[in-house]
Design a binder for this molecule. Structure first.
Ligand code: TXA
Ligand code: MG
Length: 348
């Protein structure tokens, strides 16, 4: 069923109060509102209303065993839906909230199965974005907020990208400008009193988590070697562009040489490039998306999904991409790039 989608631009949470009030009313009435965060755009519904949560799955075309993150405006929101707040989890919230960190908690019974995919836990996040938090306060309930893309597509980092996937499927889209991080939050669970396990790498890095927890582990299933990922969404081939993709990681010369060799091998096919400005200098300009300067991980995180979506309007048969090493924010970037490329990452 097509919905009439109202698109509102919010730059000033005081001046645009009426639009925020309306967004809050839509949520409480069971409707859907796309909203900006510092990571990517989310699609919000009342996280305590099972029917509203189910309508998110319909709007996204998302498998219903994949649980939703609940988004709250501050730490006070946690005890509305979490059964307990262990000291380590509290230390994480004190250090990283608001910010790109999602923490898994044991859930209270008021959280519907539709939000958690039937799990006994609930994922909570507090975005570092003034418009997002004003919207959450206006809603007055925890807001289920997965990324605002159709299932399998890259997450939107601008309102226009979100509208491309969600117009006609939601009641309102709040345009709060481009997201400044560009990849989704880090998801962690507190495995014991001193151990944090990363279920999805993101804007809060392993080194940053190590400042709070004695031990930082990574879900072994993420490396693709063994087991089922603890964050159910990580098992899907997300973020996939229509074209095949190969990612190269190495020195500037090695990446340029590998791309040149692959071009000779695939002569006659349409090739697109998703590379640094330095590598772009030795490539054709056509179908070339420059993500930033070589090694600038913040720029690559910020431009990655926009770069993948560029190839919607510039169709090619093969995308040759330049990645980064896995230190710091590189872990999140290479996790997403690896998924986009179906695991086809070449370390030179
Ligand atoms: O940055 C973000 O986290 C963005 C913005 C919009 O807030 N949201 C986001 O949501 O990326 P989504 O739904 O696209 O990804 C949520 C991930 C999925 O992989 C899901 O499986 C996992 O979180 N997840 C949710 N609840 C969980 C739980 N109780 N236990 C383990 N994983 C969970
Ligand atoms: Mg998503």
């Amino acid at each position: 069923m097509m919905k009439k989608t109202k698109i509102v631009r919010i730059t000033d949470v005081e001046r645009d109060r009426e639009s925020l009030n309306e967004a809050g009313r839509i949520i409480r009435a069971g409707g859907l509102v796309v909203f900006p965060t510092e990571t990517v755009y989310g699609i919000g519904a009342n996280g305590l209303d099972g029917d509203a949560c189910r309508s998110i799955y319909t709007a996204k075309g998302r498998p219903s065993d994949n649980p939703l993150i609940l988004t709250v405006p501050d730490k006070k929101g946690v005890m509305q839906v979490a059964r307990e707040l262990p000291p380590l989890a509290e230390a994480l919230l004190d250090r990283f909230w608001p910010g790109p960190l999602t923490v898994i908690f044991p859930r209270r019974p008021n959280v519907p199965d539709a939000a958690t995919g039937g799990l006994d836990t609930v994922a909570l996040r507090c975005p570092d974005h003034a418009v997002a938090r004003a919207f959450l306060r206006s809603a007055g309930v925890p807001v289920a907020g997965p990324s605002a893309n159709l299932s399998g597509r890259p997450s939107p980092t601008t309102a226009a990208e979100a509208a491309h996937d969600m117009e006609g499927r939601v009641d309102m889209i709040i345009d709060g400008g481009p997201c400044h991080i560009g990849v989704e939050s880090t998801i962690v669970e507190c495995t014991d009193e001193r151990t944090v396990t990363i279920l999805r790498p993101g804007g809060v890095t392993a080194a940053m988590l190590g400042e709070v927890a004695e031990r930082v582990l990574v879900d072994t299933a993420l490396s693709g070697t063994a087991g089922v990922p603890k964050a159910p969404g990580m098992k899907y081939r997300h973020y996939a562009p229509a074209a095949a993709m190969i990612v190269y990681v190495g020195s500037g010369e090695a990446v340029a040489a590998a791309i040149a060799a692959q071009r000779r091998e695939t002569a006659g096919k349409r090739i697109g490039y998703l590379v640094s400005s330095e590598t772009a200098a030795v490539l054709p300009q056509e179908n070339c998306y420059i993500w930033g300067n070589r090694g600038d991980k913040a720029a690559l995180a910020n431009q990655l999904y926009g770069g993948l979506l560029f190839f919607d309007s510039h169709p090619v048969d093969l995308i040759l991409a330049e990645g980064v090493d896995e230190d710091g924010l590189g872990a999140a970037i290479m996790n997403r790039m690896g998924k986009a490329a179906g695991g086809h990452v070449v370390v030179l």
